[in-house]
Design a protein around this ligand. Structure first.
Ligand code: HPA
Length: 283
């Protein structure tokens, strides 16, 4: 995908979705590994569009990612869910990885909610824990905004002091407390993958201030913020990061990641519904 055509591609993808949905989405949600089932919560005004119908969207190659847009009402709010994300480790360019975020902004979404399976680094995190991402460390070695700049897609040098909206994080913690659902703050470190980290890398990430580690989220968060959306992001801890499980021979597997995400993901669905309910319901 050349940078020259990025704006046109965003327009084309937006156009395909726009012709099929009854109203612009308020919120876009990217469903991470094993969390795709959350799209089942969208029942009213449901519109499903396969990625192969949308210019620039390729079918995902990773198990646990379906590859379709599910639009509809969630807690009475029009949402656009991406059931399946593009990862850098699949070989996609960061323009492709972040195309869904650009399209969401172009469709009119004000809030981007990102979800991801992660390895837990902080000592107080265990598999099944749910975290609200407060900040990130980009260890990908690349930035999704690199390339020839097109003013129509956002600023050249966007500020990243508050990528993850303070206001929305506060709402998330309020909703979690109402639901009696433990929610922790976490700094997310993005690694390119697809191999999981080595124990030495995990020690490095901990020393740098990371609480969880994953292979996504950060490019989408940067582009969402640069495109003018508020960002709220949740990390589901699916495993202890490498070297941190009690047994040093423990291996991390994608199956385990999917299994834990599936079991613990319902709580994340409840939380998102509650947040939207609280914020958008008539006061
Ligand atoms: N490391 C990186 N990405 C992940 C992990 C992990 O331990 N678990 C789930 N996604």
């Amino acid at each position: 995908m050349s940078n020259n055509s990025l704006y046109d591609l965003v327009q084309a993808a937006t156009g395909v979705i726009n012709t099929q949905i009854p109203a612009p989405p308020e919120v876009a949600i990217v469903l991470g590994s094993g969390l795709g089932f959350l799209a089942d919560r969208v029942i009213h005004n449901r519109v499903v569009i396969d990625y192969d119908q949308i210019p620039g969207f390729e079918p995902p190659s990773v198990e646990g990612h379906a590859g379709r847009v599910v639009y509809g009402d969630l807690a009475g709010v029009p949402v656009l869910m991406y059931q399946g994300r593009f990862h850098y480790y699949e070989g996609h360019s960061l323009d492709s990885v972040t195309l869904p975020a650009r399209v969401a902004a172009n469709l009119g979404a004000k809030l981007m909610i990102l979800t991801a399976a992660t390895g837990g680094i902080a000592t107080d995190l265990a598999p099944g824990d749910l975290c609200c991402i407060s900040d990130h460390i980009n260890m990908l070695g690349v930035n999704p905004l690199r390339g020839r700049h097109d003013e129509r897609l956002g600023k050249r040098f966007p500020d990243m002091t508050e990528v993850y909206s303070r206001v929305w994080r506060k709402l998330a913690f309020e909703a979690a407390s109402l639901l009696n659902l433990p929610l922790k703050n976490a700094v997310y470190a993005a690694m390119a993958g697809p191999s999981y980290e080595t124990p030495a890398e995990v020690r490095m990430l901990r020393a740098l201030g990371a609480d969880v580690v994953g292979m996504s989220t950060v490019p989408e968060a940067i582009v969402s913020r640069a495109s003018g959306m508020d960002v709220l992001a949740f990390a589901m801890v699916t495993n202890a990061a490498a070297g941190l499980a009690g047994d040093p021979t423990t291996e991390i597997t994608h199956d385990e990641v999917l299994e834990v995400a599936k079991h613990s993901g319902q709580r994340l669905g409840d939380l998102i519904v509650h947040i939207l309910n609280q914020h958008f319901s008539p006061k």
